[in-house]
Ligand binder design. Structure first.
Ligand code: SAH
Length: 353
């Protein structure tokens, strides 16, 4: 039994079943036993792989996309370049390499990272020694335009799950059965914050809601509306969906989310409709499928240029990486890109709908 399972069982005995959001928070970020707090989970030897770890092209194109948004807004001479949840720092390092020849961009950028994991901060410091780290987005200085990128960060935000029951909702919770953690449902009750979902759901449908998403997105959107800037948000998800997207991944395989708390990555699909609503007073463009976005930014030309210098297994791996990022049956459709931007500035390139 993991130490965290024991802690959770004791807590449930003392104060009753906990929400999925509380379970996710403890499993991912518990100071001593949390999944992210204690390890670097990325890459072939880890639990999962992300787009920037698959190919340098992903970060290069996102970097040039943000740099174009900066140029479109008059190339302000100082700005915050921010990334929440930077993983190994690969995405930002690729963005910086690709933008080194955009005149003035590097001189103007102040790099701020938001990372909850001490283990990952150490890895990031090797790739990005010039950065300043924060625990939360609202701690980033708020006196400059904000250019932000987030890849697979919002999917780690804890969610609550509710099952429709008549005009009310039953919340899915984690309780105990002996020494096992088990799912349960609360008694049905009406919920003001889910009033708008009564129109597009039926009895028995499950809806998900991220309690932290509105404030977080509102903070980013508010800054972009006031100071200028843009945010590129890449994640898997869709608009106002129903269904259970809560999942655990360990060793590149899907596993039971309750089986080994703190030992598996826990994620949920991002609700891009909620994200768009919370972005005001900034505008939210998209989401567009990742494959479409990368094609619009010229990934095929970039892939061909890189391919010309490769041969053998390196060339095969490069071709496979291009396909993995863009093909609709791989990450191309499942992952979406949305952008926040000021209402009086164009959306970053590739997101125009
Ligand atoms: N963006 C990276 C890593 C994605 S994994 C990539 O694409 O490779 C999720 C990242 O978010 C990790 O760095 C994790 O430690 C961080 N994270 C998760 N929840 C967080 C929170 N509440 N606050 C800050 N960082 C968080």
């Amino acid at each position: 039994m993991t130490a965290l399972r024991e802690i959770l069982l004791r807590r449930i005995t003392a104060t009753g079943p906990i929400s999925i959001a509380e379970y996710m928070t403890e499993c991912l970020l518990h100071p001593a036993h949390g999944y992210y707090t204690t390890r670097d989970p990325l890459g072939a030897g880890g639990d999962f792989t992300t787009a920037p770890e698959i190919s340098q092209m992903f970060g290069e194109l996102l970097g040039l996309c943000l740099a174009q948004a900066w140029l479109d807004q008059g190339a302000p001479e100082a700005f915050v370049l921010a990334e929440p949840g930077p993983g190994r720092g690969t995405l930002m390092a690729d963005m910086l390499r690709a933008t080194a020849r955009v005149p003035g961009f590097h001189a103007a950028a102040r790099l701020h990272l938001v990372e909850a994991s001490p283990a990952l901060r150490t890895v990031q410091a090797r790739a990005l020694p010039q950065a300043t780290w924060h625990d939360r987005i609202d701690q980033i200085p708020d006196d400059l335009p904000l250019y932000l990128v987030a890849n697979e960060f919002f999917d780690a935000l804890p969610i609550r799950q509710f099952v429709r029951d008549g005009a009310g909702w039953r919340e899915r919770v984690v309780g105990r059965d002996g020494d096992e953690l088990v799912f349960g449902l609360t008694a049905p009750a009406p919920l003001a914050e889910l009033e708008h979902r009564l129109a597009d759901t039926r009895d028995g449908d499950m809806v998900e809601q991220s309690p932290a998403l509105p404030a977080l997105t509102g903070e980013i959107g508010g800054r972009i509306a006031r100071r200028g800037g843009a945010a590129l948000i890449v994640d898997y998800g869709g608009r106002g969906r129903t269904g259970d997207s809560f999942q655990a991944v360990r060793g590149h395989e899907k596993v039971d989310p309750l089986a080994a708390p703190g030992e598996a990555d826990l994620t949920a699909h991002v609700d891009f409709e909620a994200l768009g609503r919370a972005a005001a007073p900034a505008a939210c463009a998209g989401p567009v499928p990742q494959g479409v976005f990368l094609e619009r930014l010229g990934i095929t030309a970039r892939a061909q240029a890189l391919a010309a210098k490769l041969e053998g297994t390196a060339l095969d791996a490069h071709v496979a990486a291009h396909r993995r990022l863009t093909h609709p049956e791989e990450m191309g459709d499942l992952f979406k890109v949305a952008a926040l931007h000021p209402c009086n500035a164009p959306p970053p390139p590739g997101i125009e709908t």
